[in-house]
Write a protein that binds this ligand. Structure first.
Ligand code: ZN
Ligand code: ZN
Length: 451
């Protein structure tokens, strides 16, 4: 509130006594709160983008017969250590873990799949008709090095299909991914690969390690370490030196067992049938240990910006449930980075549907009129009109300007006279014509005019 107005109010005897206001202004601030490093606020002006993306994804998920599931953002630490794999970047460096006051080792979820598998087992969902098709959205947490486009609290939307190993499921999930970006008007390319089952991967791993060992000295420090712990992850390395070596590395598709090869061929045939543009990426492995067979990533096709980030990715994880139970249940899923999709929409200047303009603005002059206007606002709101106000304003001109800015079709004006006569002025904001009517007829009148 501007200083001048505040003083005026105080003179009128409302608000706090002047002395106290001055005292309050001068008090010493002992603590100024700040955002933690690597996280951010999503302000109201950005919410329309986030809500739009989430809404589109939800509508689509429902149309593919997925059901919503929510799991807590906090889980046992072991769930992720065992599920994602000890030697992944996430578990090694990025998890927000702590021991709570009850001495439980907990973790803020770095991803959504392991918690859903936990819920699936814990609630005996394997007893239901299979497969289970669920979707989720919410914040995930990874303590990554702060850089543009990466946040330590980021938002994901994801799907999981648990209880089927059929290649048509992989294709359906990829098809969902493609349809989502089609709906959002973002051009994408799907990169796809198969990393085989635990059997054929063993043979490939041996081949890959023997190749990489011969180039060991030319690999980056991280990759030299990965050579022992998680050689497949080397294929993910962005280091240019490593990239050069990777380009000549043996490809996993050449080492697939017959079943895995057949499975992959079927997935690609379905994608051809659906006319989904994809490219085979023989070095795509995804960062997490739990993946088997089909893996894929969704990349924006625009070349204007350096596109370091996939907008989404996923794949099959036939071994994850086996790690937590005696059950051998295959599954497949995908997750999308909402923050990145929003950035992409903005960078590509893609228009998102705007909120509908208000039908009615209610303006008031004077305290008694404000009281009446408040009641009329409530009446119209309950009758489902799109009605807005700014009761904190005193000047009629300011209120009319605001109504204009908001593109309201009508402004209803109550001044001192109207308040006493129980009438109201209906102003057509396009023509500027005005008519005074009884307050009690307002709902009927606005219905007639806005029909
Ligand atoms: Zn295999
Ligand atoms: Zn490397």
């Amino acid at each position: 509130m501007p200083k001048r107005k505040r003083n005026k109010k105080i003179k009128k005897g409302r608000g706090r006594p002047r002395k106290k206001v001055i005292k309050e202004r001068k008090h010493k601030v002992k603590y100024v709160p700040h955002l933690l490093r690597g996280v951010r606020d999503i302000l109201p002006e950005d919410q329309s983008y986030f809500q739009y993306v989430l809404k589109q994804a939800e509508i689509l998920a429902e149309s593919y017969n997925f059901q919503r599931i929510d799991t807590p953002i906090i889980e046992e630490r072991e769930l992720f250590e065992k599920g994602i794999g000890q030697s992944t970047d996430i578990v090694e460096k990025q998890m927000f873990t702590f021991t709570d006051k009850g001495k439980t080792k907990v973790c803020l979820r770095p991803e959504g799949t392991a918690p859903i598998v936990r819920a699936y087992l814990e609630h005996g969902m394997f007893n239901l008709s299979q497969p289970i098709k669920v979707y989720y959205s919410g914040p995930m947490f990874r303590r990554e090095r702060p850089q543009s486009g990466r946040y330590r609290q980021f938002y994901q939307f994801g799907l999981e299909v648990i209880g089927s190993d059929k290649p048509v499921i992989d294709a359906e999930i990829i098809s969902f991914a493609y349809s989502l970006f089609d709906a959002l008007k973002i051009d994408v390319l799907i990169k796809v690969n198969s990393i085989g089952c635990s059997e054929c991967r063993k043979a490939y791993r041996r081949k890959l390690v023997s190749y990489l060992r011969s180039k060991r000295n030319k690999l980056c420090k991280d990759c030299q370490r990965r050579l022992k712990t998680n050689p497949l992850r080397i294929l993910d390395c962005k280091n240019p030196d490593c990239q050069r070596i990777i380009k000549k590395a043996p490809q996993v598709v050449d080492w697939l067992c017959e079943n895995c090869r057949q499975h992959f061929v079927r997935v690609l045939e379905y994608l051809d049938e659906l006319k989904i543009p994809y490219s085979l990426d023989p070095y795509l492995v995804r960062g997490l240990d739990y993946y088997t067979r089909t893996v894929f990533e969704v990349w924006p096709t625009r070349k204007s910006l350096e596109t370091n980030f996939a907008l989404g990715g996923g794949g099959r994880y036939d071994n994850l449930i086996k790690m937590f139970s005696n059950r051998d249940i295959p599954a497949c899923g995908v997750a999308f980075g909402i923050d990145r999709i929003v950035e992409e929409l903005k960078a590509e200047k893609i228009k998102i549907p705007k909120k509908k303009a208000p039908q009615i603005f209610i303006a008031q002059i004077g305290e008694f009129a404000r009281q009446k206007a408040l009641r009329i606002f409530e009446t119209l709101r309950r009758e489902k009109f799109r009605v807005v106000e700014n009761f904190s304003k005193d000047s009629l001109r300011t209120q009319l300007e605001l109504a204009d800015k908001l593109k309201a079709k009508y402004t209803l004006i109550i001044g001192q006279d109207e308040a006493h006569n129980e009438t109201i002025i209906v102003r057509d904001m396009t023509s500027g014509s005005q008519e005074t009517i009884d307050q009690e007829k307002i709902v009927k009148e606005m219905r007639k005019r806005l029909r």
